[in-house]
Design a protein around this ligand. Sequence first.
Ligand SMILES: Cc1cc2nc3c(=O)[nH]c(=O)nc-3n(C[C@H](O)[C@H](O)[C@H](O)COP(=O)(O)OP(=O)(O)OC[C@H]3O[C@@H](n4cnc5c(N)ncnc54)[C@H](O)[C@@H]3O)c2cc1C
Length: 289
Amino acid sequence: MDDIIIVGSGPAGISASLYIKRAGLSVKLIGKDGGSLEKADKIQNYFGLEKAMSGSELIQIGLRQAKELGVEHITEEVLDISYADEGFEVAVKNGSYKALAVLLATGAARKAPRIEGLRQFEGMGVSYCAVCDGFFYRGKEVAVLGHSEYALHEVKELLPIASKVSVLTNGMAPDAEFPENVKVYTSKIKRLFGSETLEGAEFADGEMLNFSGLFIAVGSAAAGDLARKLGANVVDNKIEVNNDMETNIPGLYAAGDCTGGIMQVSTAVAEGAKAALNAIDYVRKKKKV
Ligand SMILES: Cc1cc2nc3c(=O)[nH]c(=O)nc-3n(C[C@H](O)[C@H](O)[C@H](O)COP(=O)(O)OP(=O)(O)OC[C@H]3O[C@@H](n4cnc5c(N)ncnc54)[C@H](O)[C@@H]3O)c2cc1C
């Protein structure tokens, strides 16, 4: 078991890893790609840059700095986080890692897909967390909206509970091996329908599919999705933290764009540092060292 796992290797996660490693604690830095900074052509407003630099260059420098210090950087997508032993278990495609504390630094939440009826049925059939809400659909027909590993993970959560699970890719090509007993619909979704609660989806070609629960798992799990699974407070897809960057769950911290506020490299770096220092304190108290 590690002391701290950081999910997200953008400025917030990398900054946190430097403090944790230098404090002598064990840390894993898990990220699936370069995050939003990779899309930035030129960064001119961050301290210490004499000349404008591309976001991907800045992220590579940060990663090299962390690796030189001995931080273990793992390029993987995190699919789930649950409680385990004295801490947390972070699930990836082919295994899991455990730590006493977790820092979520997965960047800004992606936008919910624009499908007619989706907002209307949130909490009345539309859910963002299979492990949290799956129980309410025991013996019922449900669907998962998504096309990749994260959708497959949610399917696996639902199969033992629901009477039938379908996958709706909404026009995307499936990018995971879904079980044979799960039908995959690749057509675009026209709308979700129902009266008071969700009753199903109509596809663009006019086909109708009835189900009473739709679990959203588009793309990768965002910080809000992962935090919700642990019962952390998430408002408007932003993780609620106190002044110590700690969520309402002891040992679970969040930093950077996933907490909202000013979405800039400087704030992500600062929040990462603050979260790290408080997580270090938490782990030391837990280990009584
Ligand atoms: C086009 C553009 C231009 C910008 N220009 C500027 C600028 O000039 N100056 C400035 O200060 N800021 C700029 N920003 C904002 C800046 O990029 C962000 O504020 C900053 O990168 C946030 O850092 P972060 O660490 O919170 O998140 P991110 O940098 O988004 O990093 C998130 C990390 O989480 C990982 N991740 C996400 N989900 C998972 C998962 N399920 N499993 C594993 N890993 C996961 C990603 O792979 C990534 O490593 C710009 C942003 C964009 C999009």
